[in-house]
Structures are given as structure tokens and as C-alpha cells.
Design a protein around this ligand. Structure first.
Ligand code: TLP
Length: 342
């Protein structure tokens, strides 16, 4: 089996640039972005900001960096970030909130990762010398650990109202925000009105090889430039990478609906297998499911490997499949056949 025929469902981060994206990268006009002289980076930052109705953007190598820079800029030591207990910023960013920001976390249990306004309001700290001050509320949409679940806009609006009333900034880890927008039909500009800052990943469902953009007010983004620099994220002729991000924004947003359709189909196939105990509702491009106790996860993953399919274990008996740009309908058929053959 050639590596081309491998079906890699471990993440939507694994996609390779398409020939057209590579061509756009080759044609990019570049300059030194630390001197703010790279026209393609500036175009990407501005276009991403405009889409959400926010003022400015900051191009960074990764979503971890955009989230951690936002947290650092919003908080201070002895303060606290309200977030969901399985959120990426807490679970998968190496404890960066403590490391970079010296801040604490108020971890709330979500419904497949989603918090309610009532939960958020109850977690805001009263003024008391014993407590950290609540300095940030952070949501994740779509929610990774929640299986690609999407927030209702009304719930985000209710949380934003509470945040504004308490004068606490609201951040969105929007690594897969375009999946949420495409799946729900929500308007990106509404997000810009409700969130103070948004981190958008270009290297997940959108298919760029590298990069995330942090969006916010002009003053906020100005402040974050020094934080990006101290983290070592000041890049030079980054326009070659930004060109891929621009190409992705122009050509790879609407097609996310194809990934969602394929994910729903895989979810249905899985639900019909006797060795599957539970499939989380499939809302976007992630499919998370639990195997029966009689089917060890290693055995299941080894069976898939034998069919040229890679997937990740996502906790005891839990598996995640991610649909993306490099999985087409023919591969989907191969996947369905491999699942049925076990
Ligand atoms: N998620 C990766 C892994 O880190 C788990 C994946 O394969 O899903 N926010 C969210 C919601 C994410 O899912 C991720 C990446 C990030 C932030 C971080 O992005 P990168 O990998 O660019 O640092």
C-alpha cells in the first residue's frame, strides 16, 4: 500500500496543501513580518479580522500560541480563567495558562464541552482577599473533546451579556470556528460582536499547512505583538505561509460541509456495529465513539491499521475519527468496509 492511499483520520491537522494552494504560496509577495513589512501576512490578518467584524489580527504559528497569547494579554497573576474542564486551553496546551500567565483556572463541566450562561455567572468570583479575580471567560466552538459540538448563538449571547455586565473579556478558541459557522449557518460578524478575541486556526479543517490568527481590537492586537515576540513567534517572510491561509479562507470554507456529511455517514456506520457502545452526536467533522468493553481499543486500531487507516485513541475505549480535506468519498467507502469487516 502506498502512503498516498493511507486514510489518516487522526486529525484535520494532517492535511497537505493542494497544488493550487502551493501555487498561491509560490506566488506570495513577502517581506520581514517582524518589521511589519510582509504584505501577504497583513492581507491575511486584515481579511480574517474583517470576516468577523473585528479590527485587527495577529498571524501566529499555531492555535496553542494564539490562545496562550490571548490569555496572557487578558489576564494577570492572581487572576482566574473560567473555562470548560475538557477545553483545549486547559487540557492540551501543556499547562500553559499557569506557565505563561501565572493564572488559575475555574473548570466547569460542560454539556459536550458547552457551558451555560448560568454556570459561567455562578463561577465569577466575588471580591474577597482569599480569591483570585476572574479575568477571562473562554469558550471553545466547535468543542473538540465534545465531539465537534456547536454552541447555540443565544447561549453565546447570554454568556457575552454576563461577561460585559461584569466587565470580563470573552475569548473564543475558534480552532474550528468555520466548522461551527458552516454547520449552523451562524454569522461570523455576530461572533465578532459577542467575543472580545477570537483564535482561528487555518491548519485544521481549512487545510493550510501552518498557522492561526488571533483577532481583536487594534489596541489589543498591538499589545499581543510583544507577547508573540517573547514566545519566539515573530516570523520573517511568513507571507509564504499566510498565502496558504488566504487561499484556505477563499476556497476551503464552504467545502467543510462535505466533511460534515462524511462524518455523519461514518457516525451512522459506527452506530450499526455491535462492537460500538456509543457514538457522540455528530454535528461537524469530528466523530467520537466508545467501544464495547469486549473490543480492546488497541485491537480496533490495529485492525484499521491493517486496512491502511490511522485513528487516535481518545481516552479509555474512546476513539476519534476526524474528516478533512484529504478524505474523499472513495476513502469513505474503504473506511465503511473496514468497519464492517471487523
Ligand atoms: N487540536 C489537536 C490536538 O492538539 C488535540 C487536534 O488534533 O485536534 N484549540 C483546539 C480546539 C484544538 O483542537 C487545537 C488542536 C488547538 C486549539 C491548538 O492548535 P495547534 O495544534 O495549532 O497548536
Amino acid at each position: 500500500m502506498t502512503s498516498d492511499s493511507l486514510i489518516d483520520l487522526r486529525s484535520d491537522t494532517v492535511t497537505r496543501p493542494t497544488p493550487a494552494m502551493l501555487e498561491a504560496m509560490l506566488q506570495a509577495r513577502v517581506g520581514d513580518d517582524v518589521y511589519e513589512e510582509d504584505p501577504t501576512v497583513r492581507a491575511l490578518e486584515q481579511e480574517a479580522a474583517d470576516r468577523f467584524g473585528l479590527e485587527a489580527g495577529l498571524f501566529c504559528p499555531s492555535g496553542t500560541m494564539t490562545n496562550q497569547i490571548a490569555i496572557k494579554a487578558h489576564t494577570e497573576p492572581l487572576s482566574e480563567v473560567i473555562c470548560e474542564q475538557t477545553s483545549h486551553i486547559y487540557l492540551w496546551e501543556v499547562g500553559g495558562i499557569a506557565f505563561h500567565s501565572g493564572a488559575s483556572v475555574a473548570l466547569l463541566p460542560g454539556n459536550r464541552g458547552r457551558l451555560t450562561a448560568a454556570q459561567v455567572e455562578a463561577a465569577i468570583r466575588p471580591v474577597n482577599v482569599h480569591y483570585p479575580t476572574t479575568s477571562l471567560i473562554s469558550l471553545e466552538n466547535t468543542h473538540n473533546r465534545g465531539g465537534g459540538s456547536c454552541y447555540e448563538l443565544a447561549e453565546i449571547a447570554a454568556i457575552a451579556e454576563i461577561a460585559q455586565r461584569h466587565q470580563i473579556p470573552l475569548h473564543l478558541d475558534g480552532a474550528r470556528v468555520f466548522n461551527a459557522l458552516v454547520a449552523t449557518g451562524q454569522d461570523a460578524r455576530e461572533y465578532g460582536r459577542l467575543f472580545d478575541t477570537i483564535s482561528v486556526c487555518l491548519s485544521k479543517g481549512l487545510g493550510a499547512p501552518v498557522g492561526s490568527v488571533l483577532l481583536g481590537s487594534r489596541a489589543f492586537i498591538q499589545k499581543t505583538k510583544r507577547i508573540r515576540k517573547v514566545m519566539g513567534g515573530g516570523m520573517r517572510q511568513a507571507g509564504y505561509l499566510a498565502a496558504a491561509g488566504l487561499y484556505a479562507l477563499h476556497h476551503h470554507v464552504e467545502r467543510l460541509a462535505d466533511d460534515h456529511r462524511r462524518a455523519r455517514q461514518v457516525g451512522q456506520t459506527l452506530a450499526a456495529q455491535r462492537y460500538v457502545a456509543e457514538v457522540l452526536p455528530v454535528e461537524t467533522n469530528l466523530v467520537i465513539f466508545r467501544l464495547q468493553e469486549t473490543m480492546p481499543a488497541e485491537q480496533f486500531l490495529a485492525h484499521l491499521e491493517g486496512h491502511g487507516i490511522k485513528a487516535s485513541s481518545f481516552g479509555p475505549q474512546m476513539i476519534r475519527f476526524v474528516l478533512h480535506l484529504d478524505v474523499d468519498d472513495a476513502m469513505l467507502e474503504r473506511l465503511n468496509a473496514a468497519l464492517a469487516a471487523l
